[in-house]
Design a protein around this ligand. Structure first.
Ligand code: PLP
Length: 392
């Protein structure tokens, strides 16, 4: 099918399918580590790259290729390469595009393991990172160096849902000879397509909304052929590629992505509005609320506010923990992007490795809670939170 002619709902269900000799309707799961050649000349041609086709599952696998093509269609990318996890997608991007002596400018509000990767691992190989505000583009400009090669941002951010201006960052990156990579985990292509806003690279933790049911780990890097060649070169050599089974799960997940993201978003908006009116709630962070500082930008850049709501309760850590411990249905876990609603207390879990001063400057206060709104009824989610909140 010619992807240009179809809407996202259709692409999510049909893009990327390639059928075997059996003409199966649904995507087949190919569990094989290697592929055979018809003769010596064909083996030579495959290895030389003169003839397309599979060689070994660390390089390509037909189930993984179907997932890559479907996600590429959804993000509007020339090419997608799948990875074993979201973190290996970020690692492959850095290893594929940068060399010792290069410089990264990254938003301060990015996934904790990404900060560790940049500081403690990539940093040891001579690639330095400067962390700046996700919302103040002046800080990005001020951090520029002649050797700046990569901008890295996550929007909306975790847990405060700060929204970065992707088009403005893309323009600054382009002027400066750097590439902009966007971790699109919180929105997925159903809500936000960073390449259409001129970003160069999109990164996914497929573990979250692309699967959508909390079953398996995976990731992906998307962009143009030239940039992706370096990323793929790292992956096929170093090996953190996606397993065929996980790709098969993600192919199923993508079919319902748009429906799920619409449902997560509708419930998250209702929850955010209800929380904003609750007397024990000091502040709500949700891009879909007019009170959000980047509400207008978010509504321009994203189709909805997404499924993540953060809020501060009055009474600090004790009150926040009481709300967590009063839940009977919502899962107490740091994961997100699941059909099951989750709740986490960032300052003692995902952000506990920061010092108290770092948390204060990042705006992660002790009364802050983050809810990743699932697919249960909004009435049940609200009642589960009301039990603790009403008792404060
Ligand atoms: C979870 C997550 C990652 C890491 O993905 P894994 O699949 O756990 O490796 C990266 N970025 C964001 C925004 C995430 O939420």
């Amino acid at each position: 099918m010619d992807n240009e002619d179809y809407d996202i709902e259709t692409l999510a269900v049909r893009a990327g399918i390639s059928r075997s000799q059996f003409n199966e309707h649904s995507e087949a799961l190919y569990l094989t580590s290697s592929f055979v050649f018809n003769n010596a000349a064909e083996a030579e041609a495959r290895f030389r790259g003169d003839q397309p086709g599979n060689i070994y599952a660390r390089f390509t696998n037909p189930t993984v290729t179907m997932f890559e093509q479907r996600l590429a269609a959804l993000e509007g990318a020339e090419r997608c390469v799948a990875t074993a996890s979201g973190m290996s997608a970020i690692l492959a991007t850095v290893m594929g595009l940068l060399s010792a002596g290069d410089h990264i400018i990254a938003s301060r509000s990015i996934f904790g393991s990404t900060v560790q990767l940049f500081n403690n691992i990539i940093g040891r190989f001579g690639v330095e990172t400067t962390f700046v505000s996700p919302t103040d583009i002046g800080e990005w400009q001020a951090a520029l160096r002649p050797n700046t090669k990569l901008f890295f941002v996550e929007s909306p951010s975790n847990p405060l849902t700060e929204v970065s201006d992707i088009s403005a960052l893309a323009a600054l990156a382009q002027q400066s000879g750097a590439r902009l990579a966007v971790d699109n985990c919180f929105c997925s292509p159903a809500l936000q397509r960073p390449l259409a806003l001129d970003a160069d690279i999109v990164i996914h933790s497929a573990t979250k909304y692309l699967d959508g049911q909390g079953r398996v780990l995976g990731g992906a890097v998307l962009g143009n052929h030239q940039l992706l060649e370096g990323v793929y070169g790292f992956l096929r050599t170093a090996g953190p590629t996606l397993s065929a089974f996980n790709a098969w799960i993600f192919l199923k997940g993508l079919e319902t992505l748009k429906l799920r993201m619409d449902a997560h978003s509708a419930s998250a908006l209702m929850l955010a509005q209800w929380l904003e009116a609750h007397p024990q709630v000091e502040r709500v962070y949700y891009p879909g609320l007019p009170s959000h500082p980047q509400h207008e930008l978010a509504m321009r850049q994203q189709r909805t506010g997404g499924g993540i709501v953060a809020f501060e309760v009055r009474g600090g850590k004790d009150a926040a923990w009481r709300v967590v411990d009063s839940t009977r249905m919502i899962s107490i876990t740091a994961n997100l992007g699941d059909a099951k609603t989750t709740i986490t207390h960032p300052s003692t879990t995902t952000h506990s490795r920061l010092t108290a001063e770092q948390r204060a400057s990042a705006g992660i206060r002790d009364g802050l809670l983050r809810v990743a709104v699932g697919l249960e009824s909004i009435r049940d989610i609200q009642n589960d939170l009301a039990r603790g909140l009403d008792a404060l």
